[in-house]
Every structure is written in structure tokens, then in C-alpha cells.
Design a protein around this ligand. Structure first.
Ligand code: ATP
Ligand code: MG
Length: 419
């Protein structure tokens, strides 16, 4: 049984989302205008607690961080929210292509036949302890004729649907729901973070022609492949910006907050000749006295950063190769996420992946302050777009002839389908 409860919503109104990341929990509240425009009215974020590698390890701490982010957003928006769409890390989700096949009883494909192929695929292939959170139809074929974009109305005997199914373990869902429920909120639906980022970051040509999107967060680097406007693959490696910071803290024996500061101020992804002559001041662990800091060449810093990034992109490349999609997505890679802001990152990504790189910030959402409009907020903004525009991807697939609704509902459904 899928837990997502996103229902087709009125085109206007208030939406709220919660991006639970490795470094921050971000709550966005937005109004949807008559023309579909999404305008943020409340933003709240708080340092993330109780999470490790994209998983909850301390429920109370995670719930408190969520509560603080939600409260800040509510204060700014001047309204109280009751439901949220919540992100899940691609590191926790399964991504698989399934095929559902059914007979076309009326000789002409209807919406109900498409839903039956989705239900068939779910029932056959999703094991009990996992729940479906997205079922994205990626291609159709009617009587063996492949490449059908929209089969509705086509004549034939058999319909096949290829579905990108994203699943999450039931226990992860329960843990996330408990943290959210602890704040008097309910979960309206889940959305995989990289799917959300793809919705906020990709331009039309990238969606049409196909590309790879990589969201470099604190704890994870998520990977998505988009073909013909559909997310066809999602994966993640458990390495992100926080590992770079840890390497710096260990390598230069400096506290984590100082390592973070050095990374953002002086860090660079690729060593260069000037690094030898540039000197940087490194405060030492456990010593408050500024004079006890060391001065080291900047090359020490880049010498720590570069190998970690090379390793990260190596892992990403391996996952893409294993997915089977690496040769079909063209040369375009879009990078986003907080860690994509490191100076020189585009160059190292181009070198390691041998692709054309663009660094992207979220688009299509207005009302963000400057501090919240950068790449670190791509998945949060994408959650709003998902909630506003993709509610029809509701994966709790109902088969009309088997709906649990009453007789009247069934008759209405039958009339809708047949008349
Ligand atoms: N200017 C910058 N240069 C380099 N790194 C940066 C910069 N700004 C932020 N970061 C890094 O970005 C990371 C946070 O990114 P982001 O907010 O996207 O992560 P998250 O969504 O909380 O985590 P995840 O997606 O892994 O769950 C941190 O590791 C931080 O060090
Ligand atoms: Mg993130």
C-alpha cells in the first residue's frame, strides 16, 4: 500500500513542504496563484539534527529540528500549516523500471487501463516491506508498437507500460512520519529529493533532450537521469560536502566550524600553481587563542579537497555506468545542491565525468530571499513544484473495478469511463 496521499488539489491555495537534508531542515510555505505561479510566503530552516547519511538516528532531535523550521516558516507566512510534502533522500530509495501489461477490454485504451498496468507492476514486483512513493509512466506500447507517448484513445488488444518505480522501506516511512507527526503535522506525500531538484533546476531543452542531474548535498550526492521529460533513474552515493569538511578538519587539525569556513572562503576543487604562495591562517582544535593558529599554504587545503571530490565523481560515474543510462543521456550534466558552490567544482566535474556541466539554482518559484535562492534550496523549491503540479502522479493506484468506494462511486467511475 502506498503512503503518498497527494490528491489532485485546487489550482490555487497554500502549500507547505519540508526538505529534510543532512545539514538543514527547510520548510517552505507558498501560495499558488490563479495562473499556477508559485510564490513563497514563509521560509524557515534550521540546522539538521538526528540524521546521519540521510537516515534518522535520533527521532527526538530530528523532530525538534523539524519543529523549529516549521515554526519559523509559519511565523513568516502568518499562517499555520497542517500538512506537508516531505523529501526523502535518494540514498534510501529503490529505483527500478517495471513493466505492466494488461488486455484492453474495450479495444481502446482508457485511463483505467493505464492504471491497471501500474497496479499490475506494483503487485508483481514491489516486495511487502517496501512502499511505492512514485510510479512514473515512462513509455507505453500498444500491441508491441513501442514509443507511444500517450496511449489514451489508441486501438489495440494489449497495453504495456514501463514505469519508473521509486520505493522506500516501510520503516523509513514510519520514522519520518513520526518525526513530522510530533509537530502536529501530517505527511501529505513523499518526494525523492533528486526528483524535486530536477523539477526546479532543469530547463526545457534539458528535459526534452535528456540530461543527468546531480545534487551535491551535505551527506549525500544524489543522481537523477531525465529522458524525454521523465525521471527514469535515481540513485545516490553517501558522500557529500560534509565529508570534505571533515577531511579538512582532520587534515589541518582545525574545528569543524573553522574547516567549513576555510572550505567556503579559500577552498578550490583543483590545485593550481598559485596555491603554493597563498598562505591561510588555520585556527587549531581546542585553542581559542588566535595567535596559536598555524599558517599553511593554500595548497594544503586544495590538496585535501581535490581527492575527496575525485572520489565522489568516480562513485557517481560508476553508478551511472551501472544504471545503463550513461550513454543515452547526452553530454549534459546539471549540478546543484549546496556543495556545488565550491569554487572550481564545475571544472573538476567536467574533467571527471567528461561532460558539459551547468551549475543550477532553483527556478519557477518566486518570493525567495537571496540567502535562500541558491543551489542549496533546489530540492525544497522542487518539492513545491511537485506538490503543485504533479499531484496526479499519485501512486496509490486505484483499479476502478476494484475500488473500495461505495456503489455510487463505482457507477460514477463506470459512467466517466464509458460515456
Ligand atoms: N559556498 C560553498 N562552497 C562550498 N560548499 C558549500 C558552500 N555553501 C554550502 N556548501 C556545502 O553544501 C553542503 C550543504 O548542502 P545542502 O544544503 O544542499 O545539503 P542538505 O540538503 O542539507 O544535505 P543532503 O542533501 O545531503 O541531505 C554543506 O556540506 C556545505 O559545506
Ligand atoms: Mg539536499
Amino acid at each position: 500500500m502506498a503512503r503518498s496521499r497527494l490528491l489532485p488539489r485546487p489550482k490555487t491555495g497554500t502549500l507547505a513542504v519540508l526538505d529534510i537534508g543532512g545539514s538543514k531542515v527547510c520548510c517552505l510555505i507558498a501560495r499558488i496563484a490563479d495562473n499556477g505561479a508559485i510564490h513563497v510566503t514563509g521560509i524557515g530552516y534550521h540546522e539538521s539534527k538526528g540524521l546521519k547519511g540521510g537516515r534518522i538516528i535520533d527521532m527526538d532531535a530530528a523532530a525538534r529540528a523539524i519543529g523549529q523550521a516549521v515554526q519559523a516558516a509559519e511565523n513568516m507566512a502568518g499562517e499555520t500549516i497542517h500538512t506537508v510534502v516531505v523529501s526523502v533522500s535518494a540514498v534510501q530509495t529503490g529505483s527500478q523500471l517495471l513493466r505492466g501489461e494488461v488486455a484492453i477490454p474495450h479495444g481502446e485504451v482508457t485511463e483505467s487501463d493505464i492504471r491497471r498496468t501500474l497496479a499490475f507492476a506494483r503487485d508483481v514486483e514491489i516486495p511487502g516491506q517496501n512502499e511505492l512513493i512514485h510510479a512514473i509512466p515512462v513509455s507505453f506500447s500498444v500491441d508491441g508498437q513501442h514509443g507511444v507517448r500517450d496511449p489514451k484513445g489508441l486501438h489495440g488488444k494489449r497495453l504495456q507500460t514501463d514505469i519508473h518505480a521509486l520505493t522506500l522501506s516501510s520503516s523509513t516511512i514510519q520514522n519520518l512520519e513520526r518525526c513530522v507527526n510530533a509537530n502536529h503535522l501530517s505527511v501529505e506525500g513523499f518526494c525523492v529529493d533528486i526528483y524535486a531538484s530536477s523539477l526546479s533546476c532543469l530547463v526545457e531543452d534539458e528535459l526534452d533532450l535528456g540530461c543527468t542531474i546531480i545534487d551535491m548535498g551535505a551527506a549525500t550526492t544524489s543522481i537523477g537521469v531525465v529522458l524525454d521529460n521523465k525521471l527514469v533513474f535515481a540513485d545516490a552515493v553517501p558522500v557529500g560536502g560534509q565529508h570534505v569538511t571533515q577531511d579538512i578538519a582532520r587534515g589541518l587539525t582545525t574545528p569543524m566550524n573553522q574547516a567549513e569556513r576555510l572550505k567556503t572562503l579559500y577552498g578550490h576543487a583543483i590545485r593550481n600553481a598559485r596555491d603554493e604562495s597563498d598562505l591561510i591562517e588555520v585556527p587549531q582544535m581546542g585553542e581559542d587563542d588566535k595567535s596559536s593558529g598555524h599558517t599553511v599554504p593554500r595548497s594544503f587545503l586544495t590538496g585535501i579537497i581535490q581527492p575527496r571530490l575525485e572520489e565522489t565523481f568516480e562513485l557517481v560515474r560508476a553508478r551511472l555506468e551501472a544504471s545503463g543510462f550513461s550513454s543515452t543521456t547526452g553530454r549534459r550534466v546539471v549540478l546543484t545542491g549546496g556543495a556545488s558552490q565550491l569554487s572550481g567544482l564545475r571544472d573538476i566535474a567536467a574533467l571527471m565525468l567528461d561532460k558539459q556541466i551547468r551549475i543550477a539554482s532553483p527556478m519557477r518559484v518566486t518570493g525567495l530571499a537571496e540567502a535562500t535562492s541558491g543551489p542549496a534550496f533546489s530540492s525544497a523549491c522542487g518539492l513545491l513544484i511537485y506538490a503543485a503540479e504533479h499531484a496526479h502522479e499519485y501512486p496509490d493506484i486505484a483499479i476502478p473495478s476494484m475500488t473500495t468506494g461505495g456503489m455510487i462511486e463505482r457507477v460514477k467511475q463506470w459512467l466517466r469511463e464509458n460515456w
